[in-house]
Design a binder for this molecule. Structure first.
Ligand code: SF4
Ligand code: SF4
Length: 373
């Protein structure tokens, strides 16, 4: 048995020893969820060990474009984020809030989910840790904490990875949310050529690392990791100038660029579905055909949907110009008023997965460049 490393330890393990950590997580009752190749992309799904990771794969990302490509042979995490974010597991797209069942006396109310699943999320990037911290503010710190989110969040184990291969649409260095994982993880890995460096962020993380043959990382290894992260910071595919937000956008609500982007935007809502911080939802009631059972279900919604802003008598945002402006200004301005942080963590997903190749860094730059109208 290996000693349990103290909090804050920077350890080193041989790459195959990651399977020992994953095995310990499985033995502790976690369902392992991590990156894997499926449907022509690197997506999140259930994994059993290293063999399921996209070993040696990477992806080219550009506005409206994603292509899987062979990467560095043997590299476990040589790719940037794909379309799936941890949100998919902590705040799923469909969640039964509660159920009701007819009884002889009337009806009984049943929980929607018997027990929260215990996910160990493997390969979470710094931008997604920042997005989780944002959703924590929304769902846990507000006046009406969400018990469904809380249950999944408390049950989760976060095995993060420092990003050394930023994608063509990444800009977390601009939003100061990456590429290094600084907080909010149980364990954080940095992949060097021969070893994985592991930073211990919690007691739970320390207990899992004790299952592997770890040793303290050397000063040489730590210096290499620092250099690699500094280089990654300089290789982001995008940048975004976040100075003067939120006021810049409030001053330019009538800028002609909103009309120009509305002419391209399909209002398809893809950007909000892939965004790790977007949280808007609708609530629908369903019942079975016999009328014996009913359920209240929460489903993701989007400010790009026409019905989303319908109030009695009409739509608050009847056209795409109004809807795109709402989305961008919420991300980069009103979110700051609400939660004290940007609503964008620079993951680049909305750029890659927009079918019209709309790029919010480009839109903000254009609005910044023009004169207020
Ligand atoms: S910006 Fe792109 S992804 Fe978002 S709604 Fe418009 S077309 Fe769809
Ligand atoms: S707005 Fe776009 S780049 Fe920013 S966090 Fe959401 S998906 Fe990522």
């Amino acid at each position: 048995m290996n000693p349990t490393p103290p909090l804050g330890t920077h350890a080193a393990i041989p790459k195959p020893a990651l399977d020992q950590v994953l095995g310990a997580l499985r033995d502790a009752g976690y369902t392992l969820v991590g990156p894997k190749v499926a449907d022509g992309a690197i997506v999140y799904g259930e994994i059993t060990g290293i063999a399921d990771l996209p070993v040696g794969w990477t992806a080219e990302q550009e506005a409206g474009r994603y292509r899987l490509r062979p990467g560095v042979p043997g590299r476990l995490f040589g790719f940037a984020v794909g379309p799936h974010a941890p949100k998919r597991y902590l705040y799923p797209s469909t969640a039964t809030l509660f159920r009701t069942r007819r009884t002889a006396e009337g009806f009984e109310v049943l929980p929607g989910e018997e027990a929260a699943p215990r996910y160990a999320l493997v390969g979470v990037r710094a931008c997604d840790l920042a997005a989780i911290a944002i959703q924590d503010r929304v769902f846990l710190d507000g006046p009406a904490p969400d018990p469904h989110y809380r249950a999944r969040r408390e049950a989760a184990f976060l095995l993060a990875v420092n990003c050394l291969e930023p994608g063509g649409t990444c800009f977390c260095a601009s939003t100061r949310t990456g590429p290094r994982c600084t907080t909010g993880f149980d364990l954080a890995l940095t992949e060097l050529d021969e070893v994985l460096l592991v930073e211990v962020g919690s007691e739970a993380g320390a207990a899992m690392l004790a299952a592997a043959d770890w040793r303290p990382a050397s000063a040489f290894e730590l210096t290499r990791a620092r250099r690699a992260l500094a280089e990654a910071e300089g290789r982001m595919g995008r940048t975004m100038d976040v100075r003067d937000l939120p006021d810049l956008l409030y001053e330019r609500l009538d800028h002609p660029r909103w009309e120009a982007v509305a002419a391209r935007c399909l209002s398809c809502a893809n950007c909000t579905m892939v965004c790790p911080t977007c949280f808007c939802a609708d609530v629908v009631d369903t019942s079975d055909l016999t009328g014996g059972e009913a359920a209240r279900v929460r489903v993701w919604d989007s400010c790009f949907n026409h019905e989303f802003s319908y109030v009695f008598g009409g739509h608050l945002r009847p056209n795409i110009r109004a809807r795109y402006r709402q989305w961008l200004t919420h991300k980069l301005a009103t979110w700051i008023d609400q939660y004290g942080v940007l609503g964008c963590v620079g993951c680049g997903r909305c750029i890659t997965w927009c079918p019209a190749a709309i790029d919010l860094t480009e839109e903000l730059a254009a609005i910044r460049g023009g004169e207020p109208t």
